[in-house]
Design a protein around this ligand. Sequence first.
Ligand SMILES: Nc1ncnc2c1ncn2[C@@H]1O[C@H](COP(=O)(O)OP(=O)(O)OP(=O)(O)O)[C@@H](O)[C@H]1O
Length: 695
Amino acid sequence: MSNPSPDERELAHEQAYVDTVYERLEESTKVARSLVAEGMARGHIGHEGGLVERDAMVYQASRRLSALHAAHDGLVFGRLDLDGGEARYIGRIGVRDADREIILVDWRAPAASVFYQATAQDPAGVVRRRVLRCRGDRVIGIEDELLDADAAPDDMVVIGEGALLASLSRARDSSMHSVVATIQKEQDEAIRAPSRGAVIIGGGPGTGKTVVALHRAAYLLYTDRRRFESGGVLVVGPSGVFMNYIERVLPSLGETSVVLRSIGEVVDGIRATEHASPEAAALLGASQMATALARIAKAPQPGSPQRLDLFYRDDRLVLEASDLARIRKRVLSNGLPNTTLSSAREELVKALWDKVTGDRALDRGEEAFGDHLDGDEAFEDFVESWWPELDPVDVWRTVPSRLGEVASDLFTSFEQQVLRREWADEPTIEDIPLIDELRHLLGEAPVRTEDDWASPKQLMSFEQREREDRIQATGSIDDEGFAHVLVDEAQDLSPMQWRMLGRRGRTASWTIVGDEAQSSWPVPAESAAARDEALGTLAVHRFRLSTNYRNSAEIYEFAAQVARHAIAHPDLADAVRRTGLDPRHEVVAPDELLDRAVAETTAMLGQVDGTVAVVAPSGRLDRLRAVMPQDERLRVLDPLDTKGLEFDGVVLVDADGVVTEAAAGWRTLYVVLTRATQRLVTVGTSRTWLDRVAE
Ligand SMILES: Nc1ncnc2c1ncn2[C@@H]1O[C@H](COP(=O)(O)OP(=O)(O)OP(=O)(O)O)[C@@H](O)[C@H]1O
């Protein structure tokens, strides 16, 4: 057998170390498994204490098991050779040997920070930084960086051409991956920023804002698990497609306790996946909508009785509309509609009593009068229809018909018309904040009693119980706060959406990532002001990411020209990778558009190994979907649904349509163009947008 090369020797050496770590992981897994089994057995002891103990034990051990399981692939990814001769291995989670000595340092631990911070200019004691590329538990490649050549021993081997560039060239699949092995210095600083206050991370497309934010969530959980796990971490992104795209990153870092929600499903119990039309969305999200809803919540509901007319003894007692309005105002000055039924009742009784003049009634007194009304059918019917329990969704349905009455100073008659015309039967993504606002304006109606839950709970499986607890919590608007709220694509949030998130983060720390040039909200400055209001007086720490790791330089240079049309001073990034492939723009006759789009897509699927997206204005999607090839690597998407995603190839159909579809058209176009990692082709029937870009 020939002698192994230095590279092979290094690989074999690293494999031996990695094997030792996996053996320990296997040991820990066995221990956790036997704890689950033991915990389950305790459930058979039969007394209540046994059950509680079992639950706690099974819970802890199950959590540990899932973390161990999730961290399995690529568990060990880094090694530092320090100038004192120490070799320190870095991994997705920390692992100790049988003597409790650390054999793998968790990437979030202080001892690992130098892995991300050290540079050739400032090696911070690191001689060589090594990234191990693994498939499952096999080491398949090594990428080294020599940071301090002077301190390197003569026999130190240095392999590879840079871990980052190697990882950037890989084909994209349908999920985002953790970048834990190649986090860059400026990214690391944002990830490890203080856990209090608000961290705002800006930067152009592809600079790693999403990936940094997710690693930050994992970092926060690691540094203050008690606070963030018990208080909860909420991660909000733009769409369901996006949430599916990012959902594997945190589990692969050993974290399974984060709540991921798209902006349409932030409110417990309601879920929206469709957008309102851009025209309606701009009005639904505007801050004056909050004022309109506040007025609607206080006003009598449509069909509410205008007059109360009762007989008692010798009197006819009448409360006119003006009396009723006065009572309503007084009651609502001390509470919300759903929490003030009893005081509304009391005020009615009082007002009616004031109208009593007959001696027989006066002799019996006010208390007897109250008792009489208690069982009086006419009075009870009146109270029920005058002060009904209000469901926020039902009230939301009444909004368009009431705007003229309560909001003529807030929305022009044209705007009211748009809202009436476009009001959906079922809530759209943009309606959810309105329903949430109404929940808070109307107050929480009394919910089911504790008894409904008490008895079967202890016998439930852990998962079942956790689920039930969540459902129960959804009934309450008081406990929907989180300890940390992380908002991705924050530039898109409307003022109403910020109010909705603000309510979930009243006592939270925040991580907010976004890029104004990609905003689909018509007035980005308005969205930023609403964000500042949600953050209140929290200290804000700002970070900017400067390197675009997604797009080839050729694609990004073209997209940057579009960004300059989109906003005055776009935050442009530096793209690091050249492919030699310029974006291509095809202009064809209208009757050739579909055929050409199919031909370009088919060609693109042959040219790239990973995913391809066909993007077109929403009105064109049905026809495109009908003619596109069936391929699991291909997605056909609306421009807004591409937010945050990336594909190896993008075919954009009808860019002019994207530009004219909404007020934020140029910014949306910039989003679409910056989704492609390798190849970009546009197919359209006019060159209007291209001429504008060239100006
Ligand atoms: N340090 C890194 N190492 C390897 N890949 C990275 C690194 N940072 C970012 N990337 C990759 O770059 C791509 C873009 O990252 P990400 O989606 O987080 O960017 P973004 O700033 O959120 O983009 P956008 O604003 O367009 O949504 C992803 O594939 C991500 O994995």
